[in-house]
Design a protein around this ligand. Structure first.
Ligand code: NDP
Length: 453
């Protein structure tokens, strides 16, 4: 008989925590999980899933326009934001119920409330204490706002999913994933969108050609991108928000979205009482088995400051549970993690950017293709797709693949398998294309656009 109430207590029922608890329970562990918001976490409740539904909704705007080029006569169309919100919220409720069911079916006990560590083996939820042999921290993160005067009048991604009316004029602050995704969505839905980014080009960290092409295509669709621009203050006057910029300009809008990054939710978790080390960014550093500096306490997902992506958190949670409670230990892979930005048009990438590959002083062959996809011959749209392969000249291995254009996330997922397997450019070339597609360009690029160090 164990001297603990549970074998595993998980704090946070998002993607990583739910996966870990279900897998651990499947291995026979007695598992509890606590959650202070809704089971499903950021991805399901206020992140990837509702955002993707909004992105689908937004895409219809262009589909209706493009249809006329193919002979359709589309009558007056109108977007009904409250109707969409109701359907989106119903879908999130459905997924939340599925997550609750999954936990119940796995035999995991759910406690609704914020968990706090009392010591290295004790978690307190709603004033009650539970002991566990192992504890997993999977509390994720929350959005942060810059500290300018008037920031209280602005929204974060947590709020934007529930606004009652579609903004007529909107400012989006930031140039990362969330900023470009929502700028594209609201622009397509009919809002006048001003994206304010403090740096010289949006999507820092992505390949330079990707950043250039996306910024160009977003601007062509009507997003006003203001580079080297920072907000100094926001005043509220009735319903209007006046956004004062470092450039001396002001913008009058009805909605301001801060998409300025996220921070781990490690405050008030009692980590100090258990002796868990937290770094200056509030992250919990872990080793390759997701173990913290305290031997029986582990952490997965955004709170660890590794890669803040749902599928990564899920892999970390799964590996943790198999390793600690099953008979098949393994480590999550943080190499060649593909990712997508559901911008309009979307971006997807896997492997190294050209800049990163150069810093490894590889001699490179870089293949770039920018073309107007077949659909736009009749739609009349000028939008171009970008495909880019970065190849090590000596080994012929494909080090990175980047795309901006329709279906980029769907296409790059397959390429990620090839890159994970160490595919060479010769193997890409030996692969037969599927015609007529945009994706066939990946196996038909013959001449490097540039070569060398
Ligand atoms: P990001 O870190 O991607 O981007 C934050 C942006 O805000 C950057 O452009 C940053 O500028 C800017 N910024 C930060 N602080 C300030 C400030 N004080 N004033 C002005 N601008 C500021 O964060 P997001 O919030 O967009 O997303 C968080 C994470 O969530 C992502 O990194 C990603 O891992 C994940 N995510 C993934 C998605 C997907 O897979 N499709 C979708 C959404 C989120 P600078 O570049 O100069 O630092």
């Amino acid at each position: 008989m164990s001297r603990y109430d549970y074998d595993l207590y998980v704090i946070g029922a998002g993607s990583g925590g739910v996966r870990a608890s279900r897998i651990a329970a499947g291995h026979g562990a007695r598992v509890a999980i606590c959650e202070d918001s809704r089971v499903g976490g950021t991805c399901v409740i206020r992140g990837c899933v509702p955002k993707k539904l909004m992105s689908y909704a937004a895409h219809y705007a262009e589909d209706f326009e493009d249809a006329t080029g193919f002979g359709w006569q589309v009558g007056a169309v109108q977007f009904d934001w409250p109707a969409f919100l109701q359907r989106k919220n119903a879908e999130i409720d459905r997924l939340n119920r599925i997550y609750l069911q999954l936990l119940a079916n796995s035999g995991v006990t759910l406690y609704e409330g914020r968990g706090q560590l009392v010591d290295a083996h004790t978690v307190e939820v709603n004033g009650k204490r539970y002991t566990a042999e192992k504890i997993l921290i999977a509390v994720g993160g929350r959005p942060v706002k810059p500290d300018f005067p008037g920031h209280e009048h602005t929204l974060t991604s947590d709020d934007i999913f529930y606004i009652e009316t579609l903004p007529q004029r909107m400012v989006v602050i930031g140039g990362g994933y969330i900023a470009v995704e929502f700028a594209g969505i609201f622009n397509a839905l009919g809002s006048e969108v001003h994206l304010l980014y403090r740096g010289e080009q949006i999507l820092r960290g992505f390949d330079a050609d990707v950043r250039r092409v996306l910024a160009r295509e977003m601007a062509a669709k009507g997003v006003h991108i203001h580079l080297h621009t920072e907000v100094q203050s926001v005043d509220k006057n009735g319903e209007a928000l006046h956004v004062h910029l470092n450039t001396g300009e002001s913008l009058s809008v009805d909605t301001v979205l801060c998409a300025t990054g996220r921070t781990p939710r490690t405050e008030e978790l009692g980590l100090d009482r258990a002796g868990v080390y937290v770094n200056e960014k509030g992250e919990i550093p872990v080793d390759h088995n997701s173990r913290t500096n305290v031997a029986n306490i582990f952490a997965v997902g955004d709170v660890t400051g590794r890669i803040a992506l749902t599928p990564v958190a899920i892999k970390e949670g799964h590996a943790f549970a198999d390793t600690q409670f099953g008979s098949n230990p393994w480590c999550p892979n943080h190499e060649n993690v593909p990712s997508a930005v559901f911008s309009q048009p979307p971006v997807a990438s896997v492997g190294l950017t050209e800049g990163e590959a150069h810093t490894l002083s590889e001699s490179l062959d870089v293949y770039i293709s920018e073309f107007r996809p077949m659909k736009h011959t009749l739609s009349g749209r000028e939008e171009k797709t970008l495909m880019k392969l970065i190849v090590c000249h000596d080994s012929d291995r494909v080090l990175g693949c980047h795309m901006v254009g329709p279906d980029a996330p769907e296409i790059i997922q397959g390429v990620a398998i090839a890159i994970q397997c160490g595919a060479t450019k010769a193997q890409f070339d030996a692969t037969v294309g599927i015609h007529p597609t945009a994706a066939e360009e990946l196996v038909t690029m013959r001449t490097p656009t540039r070569s060398g160090h």
